[in-house]
Design a binder for this molecule. Structure first.
Ligand code: IMP
Ligand code: MG
Length: 180
């Protein structure tokens, strides 16, 4: 059953599972003999990351987290990115894969990517479940994308609006009257 604030469903649990499996397959292939550090961006990536990470079959694989704030509690990106939690492990000369819920303006991910490169990572790639290229402000593309979407505000499966709806097991388009 759809939550009352959801206009329509974008991806159900089955579609999410299939998409995550496809991405995991590509990652397993690309990083087969490498030493990988997966960096989840809190909090929006948690569901995606939990499902993705258990499908990663690379032997030498570590998990870490970062958090950055740019949105505050609004649906509009401020453009100011601040790291509120840095990685714990040493990424120097490691291959890093950033896992994010959605690539929107690109402000957050370009900042995080630069940050990890400045710490000496040998490569930094981006894996995002959703991509809204129409809203891009920074010249950044994802290396792995689940689904490219129009300029809609979506929630569920970790994605929030003002810290709500993260617990929905599917991804849905939020009714515009909720955020406008
Ligand atoms: P960016 O820095 O503008 O690319 O913003 C990325 C962050 O904005 C994501 O990690 C999300 O937290 C948030 N965001 C952007 N679009 C949406 C959306 O449609 N639903 C929920 N969060 C979003
Ligand atoms: Mg987020």
């Amino acid at each position: 059953m759809l939550h009352k604030d959801i206009f329509e469903e974008l991806m159900n649990e089955e579609e999410l599972e299939k998409t995550v499996s496809e991405i995991a397959g590509r990652i397993n292939n690309d990083y087969r003999d490498k030493s990988l550090v997966v960096v989840g961006v809190l909090k929006g990536s948690i569901m995606f990351l939990a499902d993705l990470f258990r499908k990663i079959t690379i032997d030498d694989c570590q998990l870490d987290f970062m958090a950055a704030s740019s949105y505050g509690n609004s649906a509009v990106s401020s453009g100011n990115v601040r790291i509120t939690k840095d990685v714990d492990c040493n990424v120097k000369e490691r291959d890093v894969l950033i896992v994010e819920d959605i690539l929107d303006t690109g402000n957050t991910l370009s900042f995080i990517k630069e940050h990890l490169l400045s710490k000496g990572a040998s490569s930094v790639k981006i894996c995002t479940l959703f991509d809204k290229p129409a809203r891009r402000k920074k010249p950044i593309t994802a290396d792995y994308t689940g689904r490219t979407i129009d300029d809609l505000f979506i929630v569920g499966y970790g994605l929030d609006y003002s810290e709500h709806y993260r617990n929905l097991p599917y991804v849905g388009v939020l009714r515009s009257e909720i955020y406008s």
